[in-house]
Design a protein around this ligand. Structure first.
Ligand SMILES: Nc1ncnc2c1ncn2[C@@H]1O[C@H](COP(=O)(O)OP(=O)(O)OP(=O)(O)O)[C@@H](O)[C@H]1O
Length: 337
């Protein structure tokens, strides 16, 4: 598989009068290969947006090596910009424009044939609503319009920063279906999120960032398997006696909140049912406890107890007011330090 995005040792420090020096990204690595739907996960303030902004040349990294579609970024990003679509932060559009007019303008500005507008509206499922004003769109429709604008160039790589943010369950499902259909059409997708269930449903690969550092990366199933503690949920009539029997058999047993036991140390579940059954305790339920991305994420990032460094409230982490349109046209990107 060829690398579509490579980041090695990315470091970015922000300096502000109020908060002094803050290391937002601290030696971070990321590898996204062709054909992946790659989830980029991290708690609030862990460095996801800064990483994406550095990758796209929107903020200057202190150090690190980055490539996009094989070209060093941001130096030679313009060479591949036509093959990359990116949406960073919340999309904003002129409310009085229709979806169609919005895309037609963007297509003209980007030198894309107008015929492409119909194709992308179709692709994101807005074809029937293209003649309506954007101000009447739901948040989910606005997000899909943003994706449509990023698809105008028919990109090979789509980078989406928190596309499910603020969406209701139906909107999230629409976004998920859209990402799947794009991946099926051969687009490599990098999607950042802190909605873990979503990432687990959509993505085949994941990179988890915590406090600016990579703490896990790989196929979602492999990352999960690496955190499988081989525990089982066991339901029996006498949990306390069962726990004693299990301890005596050198297994572990902990009370679960609804009277069940969480049993560990058994290579296979028949060991548990045999230990209990031999003493006349019949097992009513024996379920393997598989880790989900949420438990792995909380374990790796400590997000439950130690939330990520909070976003600055002085607005220095936000785009300047008025620069609402955050659908990034890589051909016209600016660089801030
Ligand atoms: N322009 C900036 N100036 C100063 N600090 C910044 C700036 N941008 C980001 N930061 C800080 O860098 C750290 C990482 O922020 P970043 O926005 O990259 O995190 P994130 O993972 O995208 O968070 P979220 O999920 O909340 O969007 C935070 O501590 C943030 O306050």
């Amino acid at each position: 598989m060829s690398a579509v995005i490579e980041i090695e040792g990315l470091r970015k420090t922000f300096h502000s009068l109020r908060n002094g020096r803050r290391v937002a990204v601290d030696g971070f690595d990321l590898l996204v290969e062709a054909g992946q739907i790659h989830g980029f996960l991290g708690p609030n303030g862990s460095g996801k947006t800064t990483t994406l902004r550095a990758l796209l040349g929107l903020v200057r990294a202190d150090s690190g090596r980055m490539t996009v579609l094989g070209e060093p970024s941001p130096q030679l990003l313009p060479r591949v910009a036509g093959r990359v679509g990116a949406i960073v932060e919340s999309p904003q559009f002129f409310g009085n424009f229709t979806g169609y007019r919005t895309l037609r303008l963007l297509a003209r500005a980007g030198g894309v044939p107008i015929s492409r507008v119909h194709e992308v509206l179709e692709q994101v499922g807005l074809h029937d609503r293209g003649d309506e004003r954007v101000k009447g769109y739901s948040l989910g429709m606005k997000q899909r319009l943003a994706v449509a604008s990023a698809l105008l160039k028919d990109p090979q790589l789509l980078i989406l920063d928190e596309p499910a943010n603020g969406l209701d369950p139906a909107g999230i499902r629409e976004m998920r279906d859209l990402m799947r259909s794009l991946a099926a059409a051969g687009v490599t997708v990098l999607v950042s999120s802190h909605i873990l269930g979503e990432i687990q449903l959509i993505c085949d690969h994941v990179t988890i960032i915590s406090r600016g550092r990579r703490v896990a990366a790989g196929r979602v199933d492999e990352v999960l398997a690496g955190h499988d503690r081989h525990e089982f949920l066991v339901r029996v009539a006498e949990p306390e006696r069962a726990a004693e029997l299990l301890f005596a058999a050198e297994l572990t047993a902990a009370a679960h909140d609804d009277g069940a036991l969480v049993v560990g140390g058994a290579s296979d579940p028949t060991v548990i049912s045999r230990v209990l059954g031999e003493q006349g305790l019949w097992v009513g339920e024996l379920t393997p406890l598989r880790p989900d991305l949420e438990s792995v994420f909380l374990e790796l990032t400590g997000a439950g107890q130690h939330p990520g460094v909070p976003r600055q409230v002085d607005g220095s982490g936000l785009p300047p007011s008025g620069s609402g349109d955050v659908v990034i046209d890589l051909d016209e990107r600016g660089v801030d330090a």
